[in-house]
Design a protein around this ligand. Structure first.
Ligand code: ADP
Ligand code: MG
Ligand code: MG
Length: 535
């Protein structure tokens, strides 16, 4: 990518005069700052940040990027089926256990997650009644130049800490504003129909609120509450104000505002209190009440108050805990166990987190394995059609074949470990050396995936105040919010064992990166947030 010039003239986005560009960037910057479309600045950009009070506009594109309508519609249409699929995987403990135990032998992090589950199952048992999934299924459009087609291909499925929903909603609104407010020159492509509204922020917050409501409805008979039967959500009045939601967050999170927007929505719309806590802090401020392991939380800011505020936690929402860096000592693992053991609804449980591993995605990429979890053939086909080729690197016949591919044709593949959060993959020609450099015993902890080749489009990216123009590619994420009955009757098999009580497609995220860059993660520093103009 290059600094923008006003001379080149691709048809979209339109070429701009210097005055037009200056007007657009000023409009963008003020809109982003005024609407909380912001992140904390990287320390290199702003070494002096007194009281952590500075923010900068989030990395975004100046224009919405063209995205083909049919794959966009299809990705959204199958989201509730994908939600249910992963709820079923998470619920099928024997199936998930077989995979996780294999991985645990060679992947320490997966091993530790699995240990929390098995220890809990054998020692104290689970106490929650429902599980909440705030998922995101990520796709690229695969361009088959010879056939002239563009097909939807899943990159991965996230079951923990799926981020950027709130900022995606704000980017979508911003692009609409820049269009309607006249900051763009006339662009025929843009219309009320081609710029879809994106309610990710509200939909994700609604999922959390619904779980909160279900928790209170579950405890109500024991506590003698009468809840209004006509209201969809419990109001903040009466005894329900003693309940709250915990967000488990990372210390020094730069993307805190994306999380804060969910909190603001929960509090403004539903009167729900939200507490932000790190894993090492949680034990200081909370305890269980036996025999049902309600999670009681005393917010640190209320410790000195005359009347001590104690909140019963309905939902624990993890925006941390997805990678080894969040567990530097055994204390953090103990904290995870403590939360897992509680009656609070987890988003996600350990099993749901494991269901989102790359290994599960690889196994599901065989149609028979997928069919185990999807109730009908037609839906199985629709989901299966979005899968790219993914191989194990074990010593099975297909694994041995994949090892050959990895060494002989690495240019077609990406190698993925069982990790989340971006920046962990090995691409193309680096694969052979990487594999040769590690113990062969460890190879099965990676999966080999065919590279998807998305079509390039043009756009202008604003990142940390720098403007870059050039070829970009997009990755579409579709959010899902799903709640299922869990905790009891675990492991009853795939198709019958899950009772889904809430299931919604929950908005989208378009992330865009320079087409020469391998990774697209925004927080990991590779990409930016975009919105779709459907073509
Ligand atoms: P993570 O869980 O760390 O986000 P991903 O599987 O999403 O892992 O990989 C990170 C990034 O790598 C993606 O956002 C995408 O840009 C790129 N990527 C991953 N798989 C593929 C693929 N099969 N083809 C092309 N790019 C890919
Ligand atoms: Mg991921
Ligand atoms: Mg990803």
């Amino acid at each position: 990518m290059a600094a923008p010039s006003s001379s080149s003239s691709p048809s979209y986005p339109p070429s701009l005069t210097a005055d037009q560009l200056a007007y657009l960037t000023a409009s963008f910057t003020d809109y982003a700052l005024a609407h909380g479309l912001v992140v904390r600045p990287p320390p290199t950009l702003s070494p002096a940040n007194p009281h952590n009070c500075l923010a900068t506009s989030a990395p975004v594109t100046l224009f919405p990027s063209p995205f083909p309508r049919a794959p966009f519609d299809e990705a959204r249409a199958i989201q509730t089926a994908c939600n249910e699929l992963y709820a079923r995987v998470a619920h099928d403990e024997p199936w998930l256990g077989a995979l996780s135990r294999e991985l645990a032998r060679i992947d320490d992090f997966i091993g530790k997650l699995w240990d929390v589950h098995t220890r809990l199952k054998t020692e104290g048992g689970y106490h929650h009644r429902y599980s909440l999934g705030l998922f995101r299924s990520d796709y690229m459009v695969h361009r088959d130049a010879r056939a002239g087609t563009a097909a939807l291909r899943q990159v991965e499925f996230n079951t923990i800490a799926s981020s950027f929903g709130a900022l995606a909603t704000k980017v979508s609104e911003m692009h609409r504003f820049l269009w309607r407010g006249g900051a763009y020159p006339t662009i025929d492509l843009l219309s009320d129909v081609s710029l879809p509204r994106n309610p990710a922020l509200e939909s994700l917050a609604d999922g959390l609120a619904k779980a909160h409501e279900l928790y209170i409805a579950d405890v109500a008979p024991e506590r003698g509450y009468t809840l209004p039967s006509d209201a969809d959500f419990v109001s903040s009045a009466g005894p329900t104000s003693d309940y709250g939601i915990i967000f488990i967050v990372q210390d020094g999170e730069r993307n805190a505002f994306d999380q804060r927007w969910l909190e603001y929505h929960l509090t403004a719309r539903y009167g729900i209190r939200v507490f932000r806590v790190t894993l090492p802090e949680i034990r200081k401020y909370s305890h269980h009440v036996r025999p049902n392991y309600e999670l009681l939380f005393v917010p640190p800011h209320a410790l000195d108050a005359k009347k001590q505020a104690v909140f019963e936690i309905s939902v624990v929402y993890f925006r941390a805990g997805y990678g080894p860096a969040d567990y530097p000592t055994q204390d953090e693992w103990n904290a995870r166990y403590f939360l897992e053991e509680s009656r609070a609804i987890k988003c996600p449980t350990i099993l749901t987190q494991l269901a989102g591993s790359k290994k599960v995605q690889q196994v599901l990429a065989s149609r028979d394995a997928l069919a185990r979890f999807v109730p009908d053939e037609a839906t199985t086909d629709r989901i299966f059609n979005t899968f790219a080729a993914i191989y194990p690197l074990d010593t099975s016949p297909v694994g041995l074949h994949a090892r050959k591919l990895a060494f002989e044709q690495p240019g077609k593949y990406v190698l993925k470990p069982q990790r989340e959060g971006g920046g962990n993959n090995i691409y193309r020609d680096k694969i052979p050396d990487f594999l040769s450099g590690i113990d062969e015993e460890k190879w099965p902890s990676y999966i080999l995936m065919e590279l998807i080749q998305p079509p390039e489009v043009d756009n202008i990216v604003m990142r940390s105040g720098e403007m870059m123009q050039g070829k970009v590619v997009g990755e579409l994420g579709v959010y899902g919010a799903v709640i299922w009955k869990d905790g009891e009757g675990k492991g009853e098999g795939a198709k019958d064992g899950v009772e889904v009580v809430y299931n919604r497609e929950a908005g989208v995220l378009l992330r865009t990166k320079g087409s020469a860059s391998e990774e697209g993660g925004v927080a990991a520093g590779f990409g930016c947030i975009d919105s779709c103009v459907l073509v």
